[in-house]
Design a protein around this ligand. Structure first.
Ligand code: BG6
Length: 505
């Protein structure tokens, strides 16, 4: 961020830098590394956020020299960096500290070679980034420990970042946690949920707990319901081999939307520390009632996109996308209602929806307040007035808007809703860092606040797994929606049953 006009804002930017660190990327020739991690390292370095002594060791199966890895870094920046990074001093200085170790993940020789490299580099801290499928997390954790690379009190710190998907159901998530915990302690493990790295998501904590005016009204007395939407215009892209076994519920709701829900629903932490924040988020998640198995039919709808039009282009049906089974039942849209059993939220439904090939890319949290108890403007405004609404725009127009009613200027008393808007782009200068910049840096600093804890991940799977199991048992085809529509009519019916509507976005 460049200095702003406002000295108060500059004072807030006391940014710690980690001590000497080596980042070891497992899966160094994969997509995530090329698209996200390497460009993020470049941005961090440009912003002088990386340690003065910093090295990168790429690990992958294919034999690759240090020089070739440095070239791959260069190429990835050409394709994916936010700025033109061709002849940059920053690129050259990072390249000079990049190394490669090749080998099979189950070969002890790989870890011995890695150990030798790390010794040569001699950093105080080592961050292992597992940009590899979850099926081999255990193998790598074990390999590292056996080679003495998981950390001893004499070493500096050793930490592990793991990517999503963290399991496919409760049992597999528990097993992954157990495998990791065999070789690393929980405080060494950083589970990525990239939504937590988004500025707007972090700002939820600030909005709620750095202001005095929201918290008193943040409860059942004032709030009617909450809607959380994560809508995408893209389809399955080239990810069918993963997505076919996942679907919208597991891909988006189990992780990202549950994180958003917990940040909205949590009690105030007593201090801004990882344990206090994560404990309160956990309490909120534990208050969510099971969707399946209660007295009522499960309030959840799934659907799959048919062919249609999105952003002026004709797009194919999910079932005809490359790699998708022609009789696939995988859902590309999900909508559900959650109830929280807590003093704060009893009787306040949380409606969640997420889907691909929807009309607009937008992620938002809408807090819908109750109408005033008395409609004194009934005579001048015969249709019910809009209720107050606070919208947190997570993306793409990052900001917050408040809708309330105002008098229309004129000699008559007429009322209409108006908006008060805060936009990041207008209130703050400089670039907003991406999640893949914020999160690895936090891991280097040893701050797990924005990472998913083992119990959170498991509690979330405990809610999601029975829904999936129910769907697996269902014969028949899931409902469909035309690409470019806001999901199937069943999703509208789900919320209409409660006398409410989805927000039109
Ligand atoms: C990922 C999902 O976790 O999040 C993708 O696997 C999805 O399917 C993506 O497209 C959405 O992230 P964002 O940051 O674009 O909202």
């Amino acid at each position: 961020m460049v200095p702003s006009e406002n000295p108060l804002l500059d004072n807030l930017r006391i940014e710690p830098t980690p001590g000497a660190t080596t980042l070891v990327i497992f899966g160094a020739s994969g997509d995530l590394t090329r698209r996200k991690l390497l460009p993020a390292l470049y941005s961090l370095s440009r912003g002088q956020r990386l340690p003065a002594r910093f090295a990168v060791v790429g690990v992958a199966r294919t034999a690759t020299s240090d020089e070739q890895f440095r070239q791959q870094f260069h190429d990835s920046l050409q394709e994916f960096a936010k700025v033109d990074a061709r002849s940059d001093e920053v690129v050259r200085s990072l390249q000079a500290q990049m190394y490669f170790v090749a080998g099979e993940l189950d070969d002890p020789g790989l870890y011995a070679r890695l150990a030798a490299r790390l010794k040569e580099i001699g950093s105080e801290g080592v961050l292992y980034y597992l940009a590899i499928p979850p099926g081999v997390y255990g193998t790598v954790a074990e390999g590292l420990e056996k080679a003495g690379l998981a950390g001893t009190p004499e070493d500096g710190w050793r930490r592990l970042i793991v990517e999503k998907p963290f399991g496919t159901d409760l049992a597999s998530a528990q097993s992954l946690n157990a495998q990791l915990h065999r070789h690393f302690t929980e405080d060494q493990i950083f589970r990525i949920d990239h939504y937590l790295g988004k500025e707007t998501v972090q700002n939820l904590l600030v909005l709620r707990f750095a202001n005095g005016m929201f918290e008193p009204i943040w409860n059942r007395r004032y709030i009617d319901h909450v809607q959380i939407t994560a809508a995408e215009t893209v389809g399955v892209e080239r990810r069918a081999s993963y997505y076919e076994g996942a679907g919208a519920l597991r891909d988006m709701v189990q992780n990202h939307l549950m994180q958003l829900l917990s940040l909205v629903a949590m009690e105030p932490p007593t201090e801004f520390t990882a344990s206090s924040v994560r404990d309160r988020k956990m309490d909120a998640l534990l208050a969510v009632q099971p969707v399946v198995g209660g007295d009522e039919p499960p309030a959840v709808v799934r659907a799959q996109y048919r062919e249609g039009w999105v952003a002026g282009a004709e797009v194919p049906a999910y079932r005809t996308e490359p790699g998708v089974a022609p009789d696939s039942k995988t859902e590309t849209f999900v909508a559900l209602r959650l109830k929280l059993d807590s003093w704060r939220w009893a009787g306040v439904p949380f409606y969640l929806r997420s889907g691909k090939r929807l009309p607009k890319r937008t992620t938002e949290i809408a807090i819908q307040f109750h109408r005033p108890p008395l409609q004194i403007f009934k005579r001048v405004s015969p249709t019910p007035l809009a209720s107050d609404l606070l919208v947190i725009n997570v993306q793409p127009d990052e900001g917050i808007s408040l809708r309330f009613n105002a008098k229309i200027p004129g000699t008559r008393m007429q009322v209409a809703p108006v908006m008060m808007n805060f936009g990041y782009g207008t209130s703050f200068q400089g670039e907003v860092p991406e999640a893949y910049e914020t999160l690895p840096l936090d891991a280097m600093l040893g701050d797990p606040t924005l990472f998913a804890r083992h119990d959170f991940v498991e509690a979330s799977w405990a809610l999601i797994t029975p829904i999936n199991e129910l769907w697996q048992k269902e014969s028949g085809v899931p409902p469909t929606y035309q690409a470019g529509d806001w999901g199937p009519p069943e999703a509208d019916a789900l919320i209409a049953k409660d006398g409410r509507r989805w927000r039109t976005l």
